[in-house]
Design a protein around this ligand. Structure first.
Ligand code: AMP
Ligand code: GLY
Length: 423
C-alpha cells in the first residue's frame, strides 16, 4: 500500500526509515519531510495542518495509509476529517480521533480521564479567569514547588514549576488574565508537585488491544546537567536502565491497561501511539501527562530497537488485530543525541551547510531541520539531526553516538555532551 507520513522531524524520518523497505509499503511519501526523508521517500510540500492539500495528495497518489507524526493535526481532527469524507474514509489513519486527542490537547480533560479511571496521578484543580481568586486560594493550600499547566497545546512550553508562592500567583495571573500562552492558558491546571524519577512509556493500540513498546528517557533542557531552557528534546536513551520488570508490570497493570480500557468505556476511538509521561515516586508510577503520538527524540531511540516490521504493526492496528502480532525488541540499548543550531531554543540561524554526514559509521543519522539546497544539505531548523547508536549498555551506545557526531560539522552546531549523567 502507498503510505504518507505527516511531519518533518527526526521522528518522521525514523518512521519513514523503518517502513521504506517493508514489503507492505508501496510508494512512500512524507509531508513536508526533510533532507533525510527525501533520500528514502517522496517529499510533498504540504503542511501537516493543511487538510485540503493532504486530501488532494492522498487521492492523487492513491495513498492507503496516513501515519500522523505530530499532535497538532490530531488535536485539530485529521482522523475525523478522513472518516467524514466519502473519498477518504477507506484510507487508514494511524493516530486517534479528535475526541481522544484531547488527552494531549487539554490537560484538564486528561486529569478528568485519569481520575475517572482511577489511574495514579497528582491531585489537581483547574481554574478559568473568572475563578482566579479560587486559584490563589488553592495555591495557598499546596506546598512548594507549585506546578501550573496551561490547559491547551503550548508547544511544550505551557508547564511552569515555581518555588515561590507569590511568583506562582503572578504567573497564574499572567496565564489567565494576560494570555501568557494565548488561548492555551484560558484555563490553568494547578497540581501537586511530584518528586521522583521520570520516564516515558510508549503504547500502541488498535482501540481494543495494546502492545507496550520500550521505555525511554529524554533530556529536555538545553544545558548540561539539565539546566537552561526547555527544548523539544536534546537526546534520549532506551531502555531506561533503572526500570525493573516489577516496575514495568506495575506500569502495565495500574496505568496502561486502565488507560486502554478507559478509552473504550468512554467511547474514545483510538488507533495509534499513546505516549505516557510517568514519574516514579517511591517505586509507584504516576502519570504526568498523555501525548497522543510518539515522542521526539524518543522515537529515534525506541523504534530502531523494534525488529518487527512496523508496517505489519500498523496494518494490524488498522485491522484491529494487534493481539495477533508479536513485537520483537532488540535487547541492545539505543541512544540518540540531538544536534541543534547555536542559539536554539532561542533565535538561531539557518541555511548553514552540514558536512561529514557521509563519514558517519556505526550510527544512524535521523534528519530534523535539514533541507536540500542544490547538491548541499543545509540546516533549516533548531533541531537539526538526531544521531542514534546501539550498545550493550547506555554508556557504550552513547560513546558511539558521540564518535559519529565528531564527524559531523555545521556552523555553531551545539549538542549536549552529558546524556546519561543522571543515571
Ligand atoms: P508536561 O508538559 O506535562 O510533560 O510537563 C513538563 C515537565 O514538567 C515534566 O516533564 C515534568 O518534569 C514536570 N512536571 C509536570 N507535572 C509535574 C508534577 N505534577 N510534579 C513534578 N513535575 C512535574
Ligand atoms: N520529547 C518530548 C516530546 O516529544 O513531547
Amino acid at each position: 500500500m502507498n503510505v504518507l507520513v505527516l511531519g518533518s522531524g527526526g521522528r518522521e524520518h525514523t518512521f519513514a526509515w523503518k517502513i521504506a523497505n517493508s514489503p507492505l509499503c508501496g510508494s512512500l511519501f512524507v509531508a513536508p519531510g526533510n533532507s533525510g526523508t527525501a533520500g528514502i521517500a517522496t517529499n510533498l510540500e504540504i503542511g501537516v495542518n493543511d487538510f485540503q492539500s493532504i486530501k488532494k495528495a492522498v487521492l492523487k497518489h492513491n495513498i492507503q495509509m496516513v501515519i500522523v507524526g505530530p499532535e497538532d493535526p490530531l488535536v485539530r481532527g485529521i482522523h475525523d476529517f478522513f472518516l467524514n469524507d466519502a473519498t477518504l474514509k477507506n484510507t487508514a489513519v494511524i493516530g486517534p480521533q479528535k475526541a481522544a486527542a484531547q488527552l494531549e490537547g487539554s490537560k484538564e480533560f486528561a486529569k478528568e480521564f485519569l481520575f475517572r479511571h482511577q489511574i495514579p496521578t497528582a491531585a489537581y484543580q483547574s481554574f478559568t479567569a473568572q475563578e482566579i481568586e479560587k486559584g490563589y486560594a488553592f495555591l495557598e493550600t499546596l506546598s512548594p514547588p507549585y506546578v501550573l499547566k496551561a490547559d491547551g497545546l503550548a508547544a511544550g512550553k505551557g508547564v511552569l514549576i515555581i518555588k515561590d508562592l507569590n511568583e506562582a500567583k503572578t504567573e497564574l495571573k499572567q496565564m489567565l488574565l494576560d494570555s501568557k500562552f494565548g488561548a492555551a492558558s484560558a484555563k490553568v491546571v494547578i497540581e501537586e508537585f511530584l518528586d521522583g524519577i521520570e520516564l516515558s512509556c510508549f503504547v500502541l493500540t488498535d482501540g481494543e488491544n495494546y502492545k507496550i513498546l520500550p521505555t525511554a528517557k529524554d533530556y529536555k533542557r538545553i544545558g548540561e546537567g539539565d539546566t537552561g531552557l526547555n527544548t523539544g528534546g536534546m537526546g534520549a536513551i532506551s531502555p531506561v536502565p533503572f526500570v525493573s520488570e516489577t516496575l514495568i508490570a506495575k506500569i502495565e497493570s495500574r496505568i496502561v491497561a486502565p488507560t486502554i480500557k478507559g478509552l473504550k468505556i468512554d467511547q474514545l476511538p483510538y488507533k495509534g501511539f499513546v505516549f505516557i509521561g510517568l514519574i516514579v515516586v517511591n517505586n509507584e508510577p504516576m502519570v504526568i501527562e498523555y501525548n497522543v503520538r510518539m515522542g521526539d527524540p524518543e522515537t529515534e531511540a525506541v523504534l530502531p530497537r523494534v525488529n518487527t516490521d512496523l508496517m505489519e504493526i500498523f496494518v494490524a492496528i488498522k485491522d484491529q488485530n494487534l493481539n495477533q502480532i508479536d513485537i520483537e525488541i532488540s535487547p541492545k540499548t539505543a541512544t540518540t543525541v540531538v544536534l541543534v543550531s547555536g542559539g536554539y531554543p532561542g533565535s538561531y540561524q539557518i541555511g548553514h551547510p552540514i558536512k561529514g554526514l557521509e563519514s558517519v559509521k556505526n550510527a544512524l543519522v535521523f534528519h530534523a531541520g535539514t533541507k536540500n539546497d542544490g547538491d548541499k544539505i543545509v540546516t533549516s531548523g533548531g533541531r537539526v539531526a538526531a544521531v542514534t547508536a546501539f550498545g550493550n549498555d547506555y554508556k557504550t551506545a552513547l560513546l558511539k553516538s558521540y564518535q559519529a557526531i565528531s564527524k559531523i560539522t555545521f556552523q555553531s552546531m551545539n549538542y549536549r555532551r552529558d546524556l546519561g549523567f543522571d543515571l
